[in-house]
Design a protein around this ligand. Structure first.
Ligand SMILES: Cc1ncc(COP(=O)(O)O)c(C=O)c1O
Length: 346
């Protein structure tokens, strides 16, 4: 028990004992003693009340102190928790900053790739634009060259073999410059054409030659002992086909669509496109892909990549090699798309 309370109890008990003894001794009159007893009793009661009150207050105080202790603990915990949370928040912030930086790096990469693709597209566009100028120049030149040829041949007896098998594959509204258009050429020309090219039957190996009578007379002698005749069913088949003019009148649009699809598909690739105005072949420069010679490039492309091409060197002699090969776009659209997918990856 609290020492203060003990002292108060001792005093109280002492006072009561003293009063009782005095009263027993009978040294004062009874009424006086009675009054003094009552007063002391009241004092004792008051002290008792204060004592109880003190106990209650003490209990309250200790309870508050306990609560304060608890609060202090809570505060300590809260501080620790706050510290941990602060650290966690700081870690999250650092992670976010790192993420943002990585995101930016990725974004920069994406933008760089887009920019490179755009540049490549621009380069192709520029090359195509230059090619286009070149094509126009070449087409005008083609007519001028035919005129020049006519002029050169005029004083000679040279015979002209004019191979015009792609006569119907002329695009962008241009006109085929046949030797038959030039009086000084047609009189000395064998104009050669192929049903194979015009009617999509290249494997049939049937064509025709138009020439002035005196020349065909000689030509037919060779034909008689060389080919002799072309099989009859094929001739009937072609005759029936030729009755439909649309078959060859639509050829420019038919092939131009394929050409445009193929050229557009190679845009942005490493192949540099050469002009393509009068065939169903697209010639491309391969020097940005590797250093292989044309024939090796074609072997590699066919066996490793799965797309066939023809080396232009096959048409030249003495190892002449320009790193230029040709693709044939006379294929079904699905076949072209499949080939483009493979070529675009190079
Ligand atoms: C320029 C040229 N002339 C003639 C031919 C022979 O044509 P065909 O096989 O249809 O008779 C070809 C075939 O590729 C050719 O490219």
């Amino acid at each position: 028990m609290n020492p203060q309370i003990l002292t108060i109890l001792a005093l109280l008990i002492g006072a009561l004992v003293g009063a009782a003894l005095g009263w027993l001794a009978g040294s004062r009159p009874a009424a006086d003693l009675r009054a003094r007893f009552d007063a002391r009793d009241a004092e004792a009661r008051e002290l008792d009340g204060r004592f109880r009150q003190a106990i209650v207050e003490l209990a309250g105080a200790s309870e508050r102190a306990a609560r304060a202790d608890g609060l202090a603990d809570e505060l300590v915990h809260a501080r620790a928790e706050y510290g941990q949370k602060l650290e966690a928040v700081q870690r999250e912030q650092a992670a976010l900053v790192a993420q943002m930086q990585a995101g930016h790096a990725e974004q920069i990469d994406v933008v760089r790739r887009e920019r490179e693709a755009l540049r490549a597209e621009l380069a192709t566009l520029r090359a195509n634009a230059e090619n286009f100028d070149e094509q126009k120049r070449l087409l005008i030149a083609a007519r001028e060259e035919m005129l020049t040829l006519q002029e050169i041949l005029a004083p000679t007896n040279v015979v002209l073999i004019s191979d015009e098998v792609y006569e119907h594959m002329v695009y962008d509204g241009q006109q085929h410059q046949s030797a038959a258009r030039f009086p000084g050429l047609v009189e000395r020309a064998f104009v050669v054409s192929s049903f194979g090219k015009t009617y999509h039957v290249t494997g049939w190996k049937v064509g025709y030659v138009a020439a002035p009578a005196a020349l065909t007379q000689e030509f037919r002698k060779v034909h008689q002992f060389n080919v002799f005749t072309v099989n009859t069913p094929v001739q009937y088949g072609l005759a029936a086909y030729m009755a439909h003019q649309d078959a060859y009148l639509n050829l420019p649009d038919f092939y131009q669509e394929k050409r445009d699809l193929f050229r557009a598909g190679l845009k942005g690739s490493k192949f540099r496109l050469l002009p393509c105005e009068g065939t169903y072949f697209q010639c491309v420069d391969t020097s940005q892909i590797n250093d292989l010679k044309e024939a090796d490039f074609c072997k590699w492309l066919t066996s490793e990549i799965g797309v066939a091409a023809i080396p232009l060197s096959a048409f030249y002699g003495a190892g002449f090699d320009q790193q230029v090969v040709r693709f044939c776009f006379a294929k079904k659209t699905d076949t072209l798309r499949l080939a483009l997918e493979k070529l675009q990856r190079l």
